[in-house]
Design a protein around this ligand. Structure first.
Ligand SMILES: NC(=O)c1ccc[n+]([C@@H]2O[C@H](COP(=O)([O-])OP(=O)(O)OC[C@H]3O[C@@H](n4cnc5c(N)ncnc54)[C@H](OP(=O)(O)O)[C@@H]3O)[C@@H](O)[C@H]2O)c1
Length: 272
């Protein structure tokens, strides 16, 4: 039985991954912002809820991440897998209390920060795994990191790629610096979840019309995450670009100088 922490596990793709891993017999810890969604998720698990718990946390701020990590480390000596399916889809300008854009803070920095703080528990596992979910962003050099980390003013079209690619760089960094730890990035594909809730009306309307034609099922979007936790035969750092196809695995090879620079900035921001 593995102990699996899913940040974003109270909703959507993370919740689906939690359901499948619970059915396998694993122990699950779900992390999310909305306690009502957490309670509803636990109630939906039936008797398997005995092996699940929920922790409410706002991971968009440094203090929120630190508080969550403190509570998690108090309760769990060892974590086998840390899955990040937290995410917001917001195209407008706004700032967290730390002065960062929420898309950057939630979809990348909270993953770096929480993982760094959870390393003592991950190092206690036989083969620790860290999986980060993004959109379809194949690992490739050439992204513009000059606006990292302020992204001021935020421009979704321009800034989403370097922010999401920071996850790939962090997977490469973890592989290099944490012997025995396997790290990966998974493309979510396109699934009908709560992710569109903060988007402009025309994006939601477009998704409603085109969704039935192009959307993956939530099960398909969760498949590669689940397999990455279940199996120990994949090479790190890796990227799964096609939802539902665990055999289509791309090694992450990126410029180590870019990786070091992004990690240095992340460390300075979080002290972690
Ligand atoms: N669905 C898609 O088509 C799609 C496409 C591309 C990428 N993705 C990515 O796939 C991942 C899973 O998304 P999803 O589709 O399953 O959407 P979702 O149902 O909205 O799930 C997102 C999760 O992130 C959590 N979250 C957001 N802000 C948070 C914060 N400040 N603190 C703590 N938790 C926070 C949410 O918790 P609450 O609900 O409690 O706020 C929720 O559990 C995300 O990383 C998303 O960016 C999805």
């Amino acid at each position: 039985m593995k102990t699996v922490l899913i940040a974003g596990g109270n909703s959507g793709i993370g919740l689906q991954a939690a359901r499948t891993l619970l059915a396998d017999g694993h122990r699950l810890i779900l992390l999310g912002r909305d306690p009502r969604k957490g309670e509803t998720a636990l109630a939906s698990f039936g008797p398997a809820a005995d092996r699940a718990s929920f922790l409410a946390a706002d991971l968009s701020t440094h203090d929120g991440v630190r508080d969550a990590a403190r509570r998690l480390l108090d309760a769990h000596e060892s974590i086998d897998a840390l899955v990040h399916t937290t995410g917001v889809l917001t195209t407008t300008e706004s700032r967290t209390t730390d002065g960062l854009h929420p898309f950057f803070a939630v979809n990348y920095l909270s993953r770096y920060h929480l993982t760094q703080l959870m390393l003592p528990a991950l190092r206690s596992a036989a083969r620790p795994v860290v999986v980060m979910m993004t959109a379809a962003i194949p690992p490739a050099d050439g992204a513009d990191y000059t606006r990292f980390p302020e992204f001021q003013p935020f421009n979704f079209t321009r800034d989403r790629k370097p922010i999401q690619l920071a996850n790939h760089h962090y997977a490469a960094h973890l592989t290099r610096t944490e012997p025995g730890l396997a790290a990966a990035v998974v493309n979510a594909g396109a699934a009908k979840t709560d992710i569109m809730r903060d988007t402009p009306w025309y994006m939601r309307a477009g998704a409603k019309v085109l969704g039935p034609l192009f959307f993956d099922s939530v099960e398909t979007s969760a498949h590669n995450v689940v397999e990455a936790v279940r199996r120990d035969d994949w090479t790190t750092p890796g990227y799964w670009g096609k939802p539902g196809h665990f055999n289509q695995h791309t090694p992450i090879t990126l410029d180590p100088a870019d990786t070091q620079s992004l990690v240095d900035i992340s460390r300075t921001l979080t002290n972690a």
